[in-house]
Design a protein around this ligand. Structure first.
Ligand SMILES: Nc1ncnc2c1ncn2[C@@H]1O[C@H](COP(=O)(O)OP(=O)(O)OP(=O)(O)O)[C@@H](O)[C@H]1O
Length: 301
């Protein structure tokens, strides 16, 4: 699509510290994550654990304290032109109409008729062809967010970084936007790193789900598809293995608050997945349990 080519993202040994009120605080430590070209990875984790920080580091909007980020094998230093970011709020320029906002995302070498064609194309992809001349305040929140997505796509990013892009939308608009993202991703094939709080969104859209949080680091697991058979320890239960790991490693005094990758989960089946897929129910319960939310299914298993 429009010359867009997916590229891999390689995050290696990344740590991030911030200084606030004179105190240094480690937010992320030893984060290792490889996202293949064209893969969709969802980043889940408790509020404040550093998901947005990691996304910002991936896009060069901030610099890691340790470790490195590579996009298509090249180190990210400063704002990364091969990435485009969509935030929770559209961040459109209010004095520009939608088409001029989308044009803002175009690479510098795309001008004139080609630029106009590109803008028209992306507005059409996100269903805003009839609103090109509208200003952001003249359209709904969902439409403004679609324009923000079009602006990001107009950059033809190798990696699309999405920071809770649908969180501020009403439930129905959110579902429609998820479907739109799935369509766009399928057509463009771009690499996507998606920060979300929404387990269902992650299960619907992602190839892999990465759980970020404080505590001992990563375990890659096969998906949980049902309760363990009789007499067998629940080795594949995300919730069980997570709690066991914390018990074994959680010695008082050696707890590091910095977040790292706790779990990497392959989601079975082709995306976008059926929202009613009962096969994902166990996985959903396990993920929610990892996030500290108890569900009847998790309790039963
Ligand atoms: N520039 C900054 N200076 C100081 N602290 C920061 C800065 N940016 C983020 N933090 C802190 O880093 C921590 C992680 O923030 P971040 O926004 O990455 O978390 P998050 O997991 O995305 O949260 P949420 O899910 O609530 O959006 C928070 O405690 C936040 O206050």
């Amino acid at each position: 699509m429009r010359g867009m080519s997916a590229v891999p993202l390689h995050i290696s040994g990344v740590g991030k510290e911030f200084t606030a009120s004179g105190r240094r605080r480690a937010i992320l430590a030893d984060v290792d994550l490889d996202v293949a070209a064209g893969e969709v990875v969802a980043l889940l984790g408790p509020s404040g654990c550093g998901k947005s920080t990691l996304l910002r580091l991936a896009g060069g909007l901030d610099t890691p304290t340790t470790g490195s980020v590579l996009v298509d094998g090249q180190p990210v230093r400063g704002f990364e032109p091969r990435c485009a970011v969509v935030f929770q709020e559209p961040r459109l320029l209010p004095w520009r109409n939608l088409e001029r906002n989308v044009a803002f995302g175009l690479p510098r070498d795309v001008t004139g008729d080609r630029a106009r064609a590109e803008v028209a194309h992306w507005l059409s992809v996100v269903g805003l062809a009839g609103f090109a001349k509208h200003r952001p305040r003249q359209v709904s929140g969902g439409m403004a967010q679609r324009a923000a997505l079009a602006r990001a796509l107009a950059r033809r990013p190798g990696v699309l970084l999405l920071d809770e892009p649908f969180a501020a939308l009403d439930a129905l608009t959110r579902l429609r936007m998820q479907d739109l993202l799935a369509d766009v991703q399928r057509e463009a094939g771009t690499t996507v790193l998606l920060v979300t709080h929404d387990v269902d969104e992650a299960l619907h859209l992602a190839d892999r789900i990465v759980l970020l949080g404080a505590g001992p680091s990563a375990r890659k697991t096969a998906p949980t598809v049902g309760p363990p058979s009789q007499g067998e320890p629940p080795q594949d239960s995300v919730a069980e293995s997570g709690s066991r790991r914390r018990t074994a490693c959680g010695q008082p005094g050696d707890v590091d608050d910095a977040a790292s990758i706790r779990l990497v989960l392959d989601v079975p089946g082709a995306r976008p997945r059926d929202r009613g897929d009962s096969g994902l129910a166990a996985l959903r319960s396990s993920l929610l349990a990892e996030l500290g939310v108890r569900t009847p299914a998790a309790v039963a298993s």
